[in-house]
Design a protein around this ligand. Structure first.
Ligand code: LLP
Length: 442
């Protein structure tokens, strides 16, 4: 089976140039840093487009497939326009994500709104902007959405988010399909929900079922189990209610290669497994071939992103570790401290030395837990060296904070030796722009 982009550890265009510096998208990393500063998120457009193409090819044999990029992985206007150009739709989970893709000019019919506690304002925004599908998560939302739809005199196209009761081997914080998950209707609650939709909530039109098992998944088996459950439910609902559902959304979750020991399946492998299982279930349960939605986030954007940092202070603990500090850390990449996530890195500038050392890369934030990488072997480091951390495209900027009142980094998009700023670096003024001093304190 051919390798696909999600199985690479680095963006496709990464290489050493004639100066011995790392180059991404034809841009010298040292020059990027001189121009845009650090920390700097860098996104490689070729890698993004390549992974989209992989997904398209992987599902060629099942044309009724729609890839809905999970915007929570990284949501910026420039990225949304690239992905829209590549034919992807968007899974969004907040008014903020809806607004971002809308501002990027995305066709809102190709947007699907997920979430376990969508607010009235967010649902109204989704209705006003004509979001294509809303995945309804619970009974409260069914009633609320129906009322809002009545208020706008609209019929809303929905899916039902269900909890299929499947566990996957990933970090417990990023599992979602197990039985006591906070997301979705349990299998035994589906009939009640369907009954309400058919008989009471007449401004809702149910098209299908949605589930999402977890994230950074390497097992293909769980997708088979999930598809089986979804198709079986579709057949059962037809039999019980005479309801013809023709859409299933199997969520996201395909993993990527952060470190050498990560061996995710390729999109082609996942595609084949999904298509085979769908065809098998269509026959087994005697249903029409459903339209299938996938919501990959990480596997679309992780590999294309790197973060460049400048190395500052270091500390050799007597008889212990050597800490080397960078000018970012848990505020621009909270994943190591949240999920014990592991990353691979290289020194981006040319190092003449062949001497190596094992170091721990620590962040600049005021917490002992702010460690980006434990024990990594790198060429002997000097202050001012540039560190390139790989696979930071997903869930880094989107989860970044202003902890310690530190400005969020800039983001550039590189391609064919061009570097375009797509997210500006925050300024000190940005950090206080929402602060208000009440008159009585002045
Ligand atoms: N669909 C739904 C309903 C989801 O909840 C998620 C992720 C996705 C799709 C996309 O999953 P992906 O293909 O990216 O694995 N912050 C965590 C990941 C949380 C994922 C939450 N839901 C991390 O940094 O690992």
């Amino acid at each position: 089976m051919t390798t696909s982009t999600n199985q690479y550890q680095k963006p496709l265009t990464v290489k050493r140039n004639s100066d011995g510096n790392l180059e991404i998208g034809g841009c010298d990393a040292v020059e990027l840093v001189e121009k845009f500063g650090t920390p700097l998120y860098v996104l490689d457009e070729k890698t993004i487009r390549s992974v989209c193409l992989d997904y398209k090819k992987s599902f060629e044999k099942y044309p009724n497939t729609q890839i809905m990029y999970a915007s929570k992985a990284l949501c910026t206007c420039a990225l949304a326009s690239i992905l829209q150009e590549e034919g992807l739709g968007f899974d969004v989970v907040s008014g903020g994500e809806i607004y971002t893709v809308y501002k990027a000019g995305v066709d809102m019919r190709k947007v699907l709104f997920n979430g376990n506690n969508k607010s009235v304002d967010e649902l109204n925004l989704a209705l006003e902007l004509g979001v294509g599908r809303i995945s309804v998560d619970n009974f409260y939302e069914l009633a609320l959405l129906n009322t809002l739809a009545q208020g706008q005199d609209k019929t809303v196209d929905i899916l039902l988010r269900i909890t299929p009761g499947i566990e996957c081997h990933t970090h417990q914080y990023i599992q979602t399909g197990h039985l006591d998950s906070k997301f979705g209707f349990d299998l035994i609650q589906i009939d009640e929900a369907v009954d309400l939709i058919l008989n009471e909530y007449t401004n809702l039109k149910l098209h299908g079922l949605h589930a999402h098992i977890g994230s950074q998944i390497f097992e293909t088996r769980i997708y088979k189990d999930e598809i089986d459950i979804l198709c079986k439910e579709i057949a059962r609902l037809d039999e019980k209610f005479g309801l013809k559902l023709d859409e299933i959304n199997i969520g996201g979750g395909l993993g990527v290669k952060y470190i050498d020991s990560d061996v995710p399946p390729s999109t082609f492998e996942i595609g084949q497994v999904i298509i085979d299982k769908l065809n098998e279930c269509v026959e087994k349960y005697n249903i029409d071939s459903p339209k299938i939605f996938l919501e990959p986030g990480r596997s679309i954007i992780s590999t294309s992103g790197v973060t460049l940092y400048t190395i500052g202070s270091s500390k050799q603990v007597p008889n212990g570790k050597k800490y080397v500090s960078v000018d970012g850390g848990m505020a621009d990449n909270p994943r190591p401290s949240l999920y014990q996530a592991e990353y691979y890195a290289e020194i981006a500038n040319n190092k003449e030395t062949t001497e190596k050392e094992e170091v721990t890369i620590s962040g600049r934030f005021c917490e002992s837990g702010d460690i980006l990488i434990n024990n990594i072997e790198l060429p002997k480091i000097d202050e001012g060296d540039i560190l390139c951390v790989y696979n930071t495209g997903a869930y880094n900027y989107s989860m970044a904070s202003n902890y310690n009142k530190v400005c969020k980094p800039a983001m550039v998009l590189v391609n064919d030796s061009c570097a375009d700023l797509i997210v500006k670096r925050e300024s000190l003024e940005d950090l206080v722009v929402h602060d208000v001093i009440p008159d009585r304190l002045k």
